[in-house]
Structures are given as structure tokens and as C-alpha cells.
Design a protein around this ligand. Sequence first.
Ligand code: G
Ligand code: G
Ligand code: MN
Ligand code: NA
Length: 254
Amino acid sequence: MQLDFDLRRALEKDEFFFEYQPIIDARTGRISAVEALIRWNSPEKGRVMPDVFIGLAEETGLILPLGEWVVRKACAKLREWQEAGLPLVRMCINISGRQFMQGDIYNVVSSALKENGIDPRYLELELTETCLIQNVEETTKKLGMLKELNVSISVDDFGTGYSSLQYLKNFPIDRLKIDRGFIKNAPHFANHRAIVDAIIGIAKAMDLKVIAEGVETVEQAEFLKARNCDGLQGYYFYRPLAEEPLVVVLCSQG
Ligand code: G
Ligand code: G
Ligand code: MN
Ligand code: NA
């Protein structure tokens, strides 16, 4: 298949790169983390977004080397920024289901941290709810090993899977990211407002931090702050940024 071939070649030719979307600490208004989002700079197609190729990469297995590239690149960037004297914040990376279940995620992460001399607390792995519940036993084992490295773990797109609270209690996770579908309607629709309230309540009761994604309006931001949501992410604050503007923003907050 042509796209699969092109993606493999793109990996060899180092045509992938990240944009970075800040996550705001709701209490202080400062950037507390950035989420690295992959893009492909294709010579023929221009900038290609991940929804075009991540699904295919999962199907073909290319997600294993590509996902490894993501982990290594994120750690290399952290080191680069640290050496440049930038004020560091956590870097969140997205880990796909197949990468987590089939890949040697523990060794990939631990060697990338070691090679770059990164304090593991600066790295956060975002795993989707659906991925985590595929095989609870295996997930518990893998998360336990990753936690021993001291990296952070968050559950991405929370609320869209069918998770039981039981697994949440047993998994060593740090944060829930409320899916943006709920945030979109939260200020205006009572049922979505109730879901957001409930998720924040669950997170607090379990001593987890909670992040809202897809915050696009001041009403949403105010609603979430009033509910004591810990972190806010979305176009209202920042769109995903190229590295240069991100560095400017990080430096300007000192
Ligand atoms: O970047 P964008 O906002 O278009 O992201 C679209 C989707 O692609 C999101 O679901 C996001 O989690 C996913 N995505 C972005 N970057 C990565 C990555 O590096 N690895 C994986 N597995 N998914 C990613
Ligand atoms: O699944 P994940 O949460 O990793 O998805 C990240 C995706 O969400 C990226 O494609 C990013 O561009 C997109 N995104 C980030 N903030 C917003 C927002 O405020 N509104 C919308 N519609 N999409 C957003
Ligand atoms: Mn994400
Ligand atoms: Na998400």
C-alpha cells in the first residue's frame, strides 16, 4: 500500500516532527506541561496530521518503530531544552494501544530516559481508556513497571471508553484527561455538565489530577475552574505550537 510505504520511508528520512500544545495549571494560569503531537512533513503532501496515518500505522505495525521514535524524540527534545537553559515542564506523549500492548514500552522508555539523562518526572505517557482495559492483568503489570521508572501516566480521552472504577483504583495512574466531547457541551447542557462534574469528583476522590481537553471558550474555562479542575488544555489557551513559538512562550513565563 502506497501510504504505508511512504510512512516507512518518512521514518527513515526523519520527516516526522512534533507540535506542542501547552496545558495550563488552572490555579496559577501557568503552563505546567506540553503535549507533543506528531506531524509528518511530507515532501509531496506537505504537513500531514496524525489522524491520517496513526490508524494505518497501528494496522500495519509501523506504530512500533514510529512510537519508539516518539518516545526517543520527546526525551531528546527535553534534553535539548534543558541544555539550552529553558524552564522545563512535563512533556506528555501519546502512546497508542498496540504500542502499549505489543511493544516493549518499558525498555523503550527507560533507555530513552537514560540515554538523554532525563528526570523521569518530566515525561508523561498518555494512554487511552480503551487501551488500558483490553487486558487488565497485562496492563497492571506494564503500568507497574513504568511507574517504577517514575514517569507519569495519564488516561487520555477519559469518559469515552467503558471503564469500571475498579480498574482505575488498581492502576497506578496520575491524571485523567476528560475527553473534549464532554467539555464542548458542558456549560450549556445539563447532562454533559453532570458528566464533567462526576469525572472531576471521581478524580478527586481517587486522588488523581484531572485535566480538561478541548477548552475553546472563556465560559468553559470558568466553568472548569469553578469545579476545581486541575489542568486546562485547548484552543482557548493555545493551539498546538511549533517548537520556536513554544520556546518563546516558555521563556516568557520564566
Ligand atoms: O494532533 P492532533 O490534534 O491532530 O491529534 C489527532 C490524534 O492523533 C489524537 O488522538 C492524538 O492523540 C493522536 N496523536 C498525536 N500525536 C501522536 C503520537 O505521537 N502518537 C500517537 N500514538 N498518537 C498521536
Ligand atoms: O486524543 P488527544 O487528546 O491526544 O487529541 C489531541 C487532539 O486534540 C489534537 O488533534 C489537537 O489538535 C486537538 N485539540 C486540542 N485542543 C483542541 C480544542 O480546543 N478543540 C478541538 N476541537 N480540538 C483540540
Ligand atoms: Mn492526548
Ligand atoms: Na484526548
